[in-house]
Write a protein that binds this ligand. Sequence first.
Ligand code: SAH
Ligand code: SF4
Ligand code: F3S
Length: 443
Amino acid sequence: MGKVHITTFGCQMNEYDSARILDILTGLGYRAAAGREEADLLIFNTCSVRAKAQNKLYSFLGQLRDYKKTHPQVRIAVTGCLAQQEGRRMLKALPQVDLVLGPDALPDLPRLLPLVLEGRRMAEVKLEGQADLPLSGRRASLVSQVTVMRGCDNFCSYCVVPYVRGREKSRPAGAIADEVEALTAGGAREVHLLGQNVNSYRDEEGVDFPRLLTLLARIPDLLRIRFTTSHPKDLSPALMETLASEPKVMKGLHLPVQAGSDRILAAMKRGYTRTRYLDLVRRLRETVPEISLSGDIIVGFPGEKEEDFRQTMSLLDEVGYDFLFSFQYSDRPLTPAGVLPGKVSEEEKRRRLLVLQARQREISLTRHQALLGRVAEVLVEGPAKKGHGWLRGREAGGRTVNFAGPPGLRGRLIKVKLESATVNSLRAVRLTPLETIAAKDLG
Ligand code: SAH
Ligand code: SF4
Ligand code: F3S
């Protein structure tokens, strides 16, 4: 039977969808190819959030134009957000592409694929898919991802996601619990719940996100639950309480602010002010003092003046993120910001990004250093990059910790003492004695 190779761009939503695609194709008898040259079905699961991701795809597809002439049996499918955005236009513009499939049209793959194999070229980009598209046959990883909702209703003025992923849909809590149980039975110990705005999760029976967390925390072999992304405008006191009181819920929150100036926040249509955001952070730290915070920032939004940028810089200092993702603003089709005046030059955006990232590195290091001497609990994920005898894992806030120990500790919660820090990780010594762990488990 055929072999498939999937290239995934973009966010964890796409990683999850790629696993679903593989799931569907395995059901049709396909096997995963080791490399692109081995595959007779090439799938590109695409992202449209910034122009960079789009350019990368087009350069891949450009190279494949000649490849297909010498390998006429190969089929190329483009799925994901760019497929949704471009639809039939992509078939017209790129003769090497055989199938264009939007994120909600993935269940149509078994119906369309035989036609594509016969030589037809097709596009399917409807956007009214069901919310519940669980994975059945996938292998669990120690840390597994589970989508709890799809789409987004927020329409931030710069963002293409609501247009390419459609309206917000929450999966039924029962189906999510079933999937997490199956993953746990397969060896998962930590799950990451995914959604563009998990704080507005609500299924048809009225289960909200704090309740979903409580429900999942009852699964015996599951050790940890983490989630992303939390939109600041919907962060509720109930969620803060659950973060504080449920031991399995990790003490880390991704709470993207995007900008520090009220003028820009309003133009971005984020639905909160700087003061309100800082107030949330303050309350969060009162409720969960050890919380680790990460965020997203966009620099160079249309109309962003030097003074607005200064406000973003001062917000970084006031919040003290442990980790930050930062991006240069990129014009996206369909979005209102794409046609706003006051565009910031590429050069200036780049300058602002570098200034911001340099400052954040200092802040991250200081935040890490403040933890030294403390005891932390690490879920061991595997060997550390730095090599022999070292293990890598994460503490309860999601920070990376390296320490010396035997490989058999993988999948266990181990107590360590934090001893030194870099910008991106912490180094520690093990406190949990090996004698408490059965010899057969130490490998
Ligand atoms: N739902 C999440 C973010 C999803 S997109 C949230 O609301 O926080 C991930 C990040 O990409 C965003 O947080 C934003 O920082 C960035 N992003 C989105 N559109 C962008 C654009 N047009 N240009 C630059 N960065 C963008
Ligand atoms: Fe995009 Fe805003 Fe939705 Fe996040 S909340 S996906 S930034 S529209
Ligand atoms: Fe994700 Fe990119 Fe789509 S960030 S939702 S894959 S546009």
